[in-house]
Ligand binder design. Sequence first.
Ligand code: ATP
Length: 307
Amino acid sequence: MNEIVLETQGLTKYYGGILAVDHLDLKVPRGCICGFVGRNGAGKTTAIKLMLGLLRPTAGASKLLGCDSTALTPEIRQRIGYVTEGHRLFRWMSIGELEKFQRAFFPEQWDDKLFGDMIEYFELSRKRKIKHLSNGQRAQVSLALALAPNPELLIMDDPTLGLDAAIRRQFLEGMIELIMRQGRTVLFSSHILGDVERVADRIAVIDKGVLRANCSLDEFRTAVKKVILSFADSVPAEVDIEGLLHCRRSEKQLELTLVGTEEAQITEWAKSAGAEEYHSAKMNLEDQFIEFTAPANRKRLFQWEEV
Ligand code: ATP
């Protein structure tokens, strides 16, 4: 059994009449990089703020490193790193001043060498003022500040928003640098599925506040598939295959997008429907995510294995 470092149970948040997070049951095991993905307004930021105790839930609970999010002790907080959307930093400080300021909160665990190496890697100087940095450079400083205390659990809300491809890659490599140190865990929200595909080993999909998948990236990649069936005459009127997300028809072909359907079930259905042949179409993670979260597919939940 894997140790769970982040867990939510029935976590729910209403803003007045708006249901932003709906009975979220999320589990993140130690030692993974989990991509937290969802369309705009899906509830990612709200869920992250609830997990960090920055918002009060309407119902349900969440725990970080075994401690209830509404009562995180200073000792637990010191073991958690948080990078916010937009990288809010004191603009009037220099990088060196921010480093000193932040280090004071983590006297025992601050890694001077790591901070220095990251600043050098990002080609920044400690003398530079935050207000004179570009968005991407501010993101780099945020990451260095979040990694230097050596957090056991790093939570990042859309940390690469607005960054160019090269800087995003550097940023993600910085994240991998953290995870390579044994036992570290990262949860990061993102809209860039290519980034999630490159670095994450788990994926949590939230849609209109509901958790629709929470599994290994491999499991998700295998579960969502597209098959194209060819028919000699016309295509069948009814398509009643388990796990059907979407069906597109042409005169002699059916294109089915499925979730969690076994290969044997597809073969059997293709045979019973009188298909001449079928083959799988290639899908990258972005294609899979778009199909899986299309409004018409909203009711379908992927039944992932418990961690
Ligand atoms: P994005 O990817 O666009 O940043 P998100 O997944 O982070 O979105 P949230 O910011 O958590 O989504 O918003 C979830 C829902 O809650 C949205 O419908 C949003 O309009 C609503 N919401 C968020 N903050 C508030 C607030 N302070 N008051 C009222 N509604 C809010």
